[in-house]
Design a protein around this ligand. Structure first.
Ligand code: UGA
Length: 436
């Protein structure tokens, strides 16, 4: 099939590339000419494992192309995916900013040729699809089209695997023609019997928010339980295993940490709260999830302060990992962005390392952080080390070497990567999240 992606951000680029890998012909459009030029030269603007190889392969085989010529890309498309950004509104009220969606709808409208399905891939509030429909009709009254919703459930760092082997595909469609188009697009997944969940459009839109809010709630739940474990000396890892093996609960997303971050959970939980409030309802569990997440970051600052003897002033603290999770260079809403400035403010000296995130970190972090070549350099002469993001390369550190390099031996494992016993054996004081 001939598909067009509007927007070559994270979602558009990954989705477009994977559709090309399915065998479809995909044109990715972006207004940002320099980004398109880069993509045409094979430069990938984000770090996502495996994406560069997959882009190169599909470009080489003639199924994937990049352009800023919207008119041509729209005219030839059987389906157009809107994959533009829906950031939190600049009004600061938590609403999703739909400017880019509405603008894209307006711009594609005059160029539609033949029957086309316009599919919202971006995470958008319920009712957005009907606005898209209205805008297209206003700008092209004779256009033959349907709108549909097809939310994405990709995790950064694992997006290609998530796309190729999804737990389910949700399609929000209200005409047979649109359903047929969506089913044809996802036909390559039928062989592996991926369930296709067909809903009306509003339900599909809301399903995405509900999925992210539920996952975020699971994390906030285990983070609160971890704090209780800290207080009473219980072990949250064993506890999570004990509850997670109950199939009704499930073991995933029960890892305590410094609070969830990224471009999705923080934004989508806020947006869902606002959607509910607009309809006269309060989603109290989602509200609590957001509050607990903010509190978790503050509690991590206190944990670090206590670990270094009650005051960070004059202490050198090594920080391993800055991104909101491993396998990405994304710093958006990373807990490090809240925790590190709080430590700096109180007079800590910070030496940080991240395998892929340091360039992005430099753009958002306050000045004064010393960026190092590797974990050992970060730890040299440090009073404490914080394992902030669980990159693979931090999972098997030479702890004896680390101990030899550090001034004081405090290991703050905010991702519970190490067993307390192993770290203590190397002469460290171990502080985890919900276990010690
Ligand atoms: C999330 C969802 O997992 C995807 O299904 C969804 O498609 C995506 O948002 C989106 O809406 O686009 P992502 O933000 O890439 O994906 O990352 P996650 O792996 O979900 O992690 C989010 C945050 O939660 C990270 O900061 C991570 O460290 C934290 N987390 C995750 C925990 O603290 N504990 C856990 O057990 C799991």
């Amino acid at each position: 099939m001939q598909l067009t992606m509007i927007g070559t951000g994270y979602v558009g680029l990954v989705t477009g590339t994977c559709f090309a890998e399915f065998g479809h012909h995909v044109t990715c459009v972006d207004k940002d000419k320099s980004k398109i030029e880069q993509l045409c030269k094979g430069a990938i603007p984000i770090y996502e494992p495996g994406l560069d190889t997959l882009v190169a392969k599909n470009v080489r085989e003639g199924r994937l192309q990049f352009t800023s010529n919207l008119e041509e890309a729209v005219a030839e498309a059987e389906a157009i995916f809107l994959a533009v950004g829906t950031p939190t509104s600049r009004r600061g009220d938590g609403y999703a900013d739909l400017t880019y969606i509405y603008q894209a709808s307006k711009e594609i409208a005059p160029h539609l040729k033949g029957y086309t399905v316009i599919i919202d891939k971006s995470t958008v509030p319920t009712g957005t699809a009907s606005q898209v429909e209205r805008i297209i009709k206003e700008n092209n009254p004779t256009a033959d089209f349907d709108v549909a919703s097809n939310p994405e459930f990709l995790r950064e760092g694992a997006a290609i695997a998530d796309f190729m082997r999804p737990d389910r595909v949700v399609i929000g469609v209200e005409t047979e023609r649109a359903e047929e188009t969506l089913r044809s697009i996802y036909q390559p997944l039928f062989l592996q019997e991926t369930p296709i969940v067909k809903t009306d459009i509003k339900t599909a839109e809301l399903t995405k928010y509900a999925a992210n809010a539920f996952l975020a709630a699971k994390i906030s739940f285990i983070n609160e339980i971890a704090l209780l474990c800290d207080t009473i000396g219980a072990d949250v890892i064993a506890l999570a295993k004990g509850i997670g093996m109950d199939g009704r609960i499930g073991s995933k997303f029960l890892h305590p940490g410094p609070g969830y971050g990224g471009s999705c959970f923080p934004k989508d939980t806020l947006a869902l709260m606002r959607i509910a409030q607009e309809h006269g309802q309060n989603l109290r569990i989602v509200e609590a999830t957001v509050e607990v997440n903010a509190a978790q970051k503050a509690k991590m600052v206190k944990k670090i302060r206590d670990a270094v003897g009650g005051s960070e002033a004059g202490k050198t603290i090594a920080v391993l990992g800055l991104t909101f999770k491993p396998e990405t260079d994304d710093m958006r809403e990373s807990s490090a962005v809240t925790i590190l400035p709080a430590l700096l403010e109180k007079g800590a000296k910070i030496k940080a390392h991240d395998p892929f995130g340091m360039e992005e970190a430099k753009k958002v972090m306050p000045p004064g952080i010393i960026y190092t070549e590797n974990a050992y350099e970060a730890c040299t002469d440090a009073d404490a080390v914080i394992l902030m993001t669980e990159w693979n390369q931090y999972r098997a550190l030479d702890l004896n070497r680390l101990a030899g390099l550090m001034r004081n031996h405090v290991f703050i494992d905010l991702r519970n990567v190490y067993t307390p016993k192993t770290v203590k054996a190397a002469g460290f004081q171990y502080i985890g999240v919900g276990r010690s």
